[in-house]
Ligand binder design. Structure first.
Ligand code: NOJ
Length: 671
């Protein structure tokens, strides 16, 4: 009773000490204010601990029908407090707290056009979205043609941003840090969303969007010192005005959000993006299960196997059976096969329901059943989303009938063909296609691992069958990239950038680094770094990507991959620095066991891991997989030691990571 009274009091206090157009975070530290210019332009500013973090920053749209950036007056405001905890179907965290204060400002312009802006302010950041209602009284047209979104972020202090250029194909680029003010105004300097910011005062920011379901993905650029929005345009039709989106009113835009934290662990722990997405829309989720998987895949990338039929065809019945039996023996739940279906010779028309004649689908699906090892299907569309969309029901029915409940989709083509013609995959039409895929797949109890996606925005809360996505320069670049492979630093940037946008199918776990067929490339890491990735890179569908025979060259190290889960109760960044290193600790969902992973860039470093987070008072047995003293990604990548000892929560472990190295630990409660 006392608690309820207390919450009530706080709420009254909150309402009486803020003006009607400002809203503070639950702990009061962050305040967002709506402001107006003389000509009725609208914008907002943000302060933390009474210091301005974001100066007045315009909001609104430019639409073909009318400008929606000025001439507005405030018709009313509404405030609201929210405090709840929700349970994830799978994730880095089992329970997520959603605690925020909200402000809705109701606006109307001289022409009687109405639009609300809804702000949500959390202790670790803020968000807003537009609720475009349209013309008061009458509806001459319920449609709006968006030419531009005026949303901007006028940060008050020096900021360096980790980013990739907006036209990076499939988001498969190396993230770079550059001063935000050094970015020029031309579109070539426009950046993909998200960006991760290191502010001059040593604090952090993350700018992205949430709940992108029927709108173009945002990109960001700097002009006159402020970060602005560039929506991915429509293509494929005379588009003089550069239309960005066609929307029907009433229309809710995706959320725009900024995480603002004093430390990196807080930035990584922010769950604002998931909180902004709608709760789960799938009623029965019992079939959605996180799993590790292997695959007939790496062989094609290192060129010892082929997708198409021929002497080295990878996806044959015999090879798949070999992989599945290996997976069974080593406790890996599923096996992917690429190149099982017609179409790989010329990529002109893929057939998703007809296997090559050396692939016996009925036999393999019976084998999958009897072994309890799932088949992960593969649908590479070559970017022909339109044809794929037409056949979705038939394709998913076929897979479900063969017991396949996870499909890796692919859209290899920088510009895809959607029902609206050639389009950016991250334009509005592409975004609609991906959503249709997820919704249709759910009907057939199929989970999706989407390659060449639009950047994730937290939709997995609403559709937990959207389990993993690429949108990253992944491990495959180490097999064939003309620049020799991913530099060591790359993997130490991703946990703070791409992976903050959602689970990543990076495909960790290479155990043989040299590639005799393409000798100019190699994996830039030690074996222990590959193990560390299983903890540092989150994905509920986690691929152990190498060949069975390579794993059997180091069966003792492979044991970590056998044991490590991919669904967590809690996750913590213990220590890290963007572009240098990270150490993550994660508690296995439903147990008291913990897994810790660390990875470093080309520099060796020693890290301390205080075990204070261990939640069980009994001692734990830790199995530590670490780089040997003389390990080095270039000269001795396979040098490692495995040690075992007992520890408790009062211990601190010190671990040295070699250049390009890392470590992994399994901590099991001694019962
Ligand atoms: C690119 C994907 O990233 C990769 O995983 C896949 O093997 C190929 N496309 C073929 O679909």
């Amino acid at each position: 009773m006392k608690k309820i009274l207390f919450i009530g009091l706080v709420s009254i206090l909150f309402l009486s000490c803020t003006s009607s157009t400002e809203v503070a975070s639950p702990d009061g530290s962050l305040v967002v204010r709506l402001g107006q210019t003389e000509d009725g332009g609208i914008g907002y500013s943000v302060s933390r601990d009474n210091h301005e973090m974001i100066a007045f920053s315009p909001l609104g749209f430019l639409a073909e029908e009318q400008p929606l950036g000025n001439g507005f007056s405030i018709k009313g405001t509404k405030k609201n407090k929210h405090n709840s905890v929700w349970e994830t179907i799978w994730g880095e965290e089992r329970f997520i707290e959603d605690r925020h204060n909200a402000l809705v400002v109701e606006l109307e312009n001289e022409n009687g056009f109405r639009m609300d802006i809804e702000f949500r302010v959390f202790d670790d950041g803020f968000a807003f979205r537009y609720l475009v209602k349209g013309q008061r009284d009458q509806v001459p047209s319920t449609k709006l043609t968006i030419l531009d979104e005026l949303t901007s972020y006028n940060f008050t202090q020096g900021a360096e941003a980790w980013s990739i250029p907006w036209r990076t194909e499939y988001y498969e680029g190396l993230w770079e840090k550059r001063g935000l003010s050094a970015q020029g105004p031309s579109t070539k300097d426009t950046l993909c969303s998200p960006i991760t910011i290191e502010f001059a005062d040593g604090t952090y920011g993350f700018v992205h969007e949430a709940a992108l379901t029927d709108y173009p993905a945002q990109n960001l650029y700097v002009r006159e010192g402020a970060l602005r929005t560039y929506l991915t345009p429509w293509l494929g039709e005379p588009n003089k005005n550069e239309v960005k989106a066609y929307v029907e009113m009433p229309f809710e835009s995706p959320w725009r959000f900024v995480v603002l934290t004093k430390t990196l662990p807080e930035l990584v722990a922010s769950r604002i993006m998931l909180n902004l997405n709608e709760p789960c829309k799938i009623e029965d989720t019992s079939w959605i299960r996180p799993t590790k998987f292997m695959g007939i895949w790496w062989g094609m990338h290192i060129k010892t196997m082929t997708w198409e039929q021929g002497p080295n065809h990878g996806a044959t019945t015999a090879n798949m059976e070999r992989y599945m039996r290996f997976a069974k023996e080593h406790g890996i739940g599923a096996v992917l096969a690429e190149g099982w279906n017609l179409g790989w010779e010329d990529w002109k028309h893929f057939d998703f329901t007809t296997p090559y004649d050396d692939w016996d689908m009925d036999y393999l699906s019976r084998l999958a059943d009897s072994l309890g090892v799932q088949i992960v299907g593969h649908n590479e569309t070559g970017g022909n989303a339109a044809d794929y969309e037409k056949e979705l029901d038939t394709i998913y029915r076929y897979h479900a009938q063969h017991g396949i409940h996870v499909i890796k989709t692919g859209y290899v083509a920088p510009i895809i063909r959607t029902v609206d013609g050639l389009q950016w995959n991250k334009g509005q039409s592409g975004v609609r296609h991906y959503r249709k895929v997820i919704e249709t797949a759910a009907k057939y109890h199929i989970a999706i691992d989407n390659h060449e996606p639009v950047m994730p925005t937290g939709l997995q809360r609403t559709y937990p069958n959207l389990m993993s996505q690429e949108g990253v320069r992944g491990q495959e670049w180490n097999a064939w990239s003309t620049d020799g492979g991913n530099p060591c630093e790359h993997v130490t940037v991703l946990p703070y950038t791409r992976i903050l946008a959602g689970p990543v199918d990076y495909t960790p776990g290479v155990f043989r680094f040299e590639n005799p067929i393409i000798p100019t490339t190699r994996v830039h890491s030690t074996l222990m770094n590959q193990l560390g990735l299983f903890v540092c890179f989150y994905s509920p569908l986690q691929m152990a990507c190498d060949l069975p025979e390579h794993y059997m060259e180091h069966p003792d190290a492979f044991r970590f991959i056998e044991h490590v889960p991919c669904d967590w109760e809690r996750s913590l960044l213990i220590d890290g620095k963007i572009g240098d290193f990270c150490v993550f600790a994660r508690q296995e969902r439903g147990t008291d066991n913990w897994y810790i992973g660390g990875i470093t860039d080309e520099e060796a470093r020693e890290v301390s891991v205080p075990l204070g987070f261990l939640n069980n008072p009994s001692p734990y047995t830790v199995t530590l997989y670490r780089d040997a003293e003389d390990a080095d990604w270039e000269s001795r990548p396979y040098a490692y030691n495995i040690e075992e000892r007992d520890v408790t929560a009062s211990d601190t472990l010190r671990v040295r990571m070699a250049p390009g190295g890392g470590f992994a630990m399994e901590l099991k409660v001694n019962q």
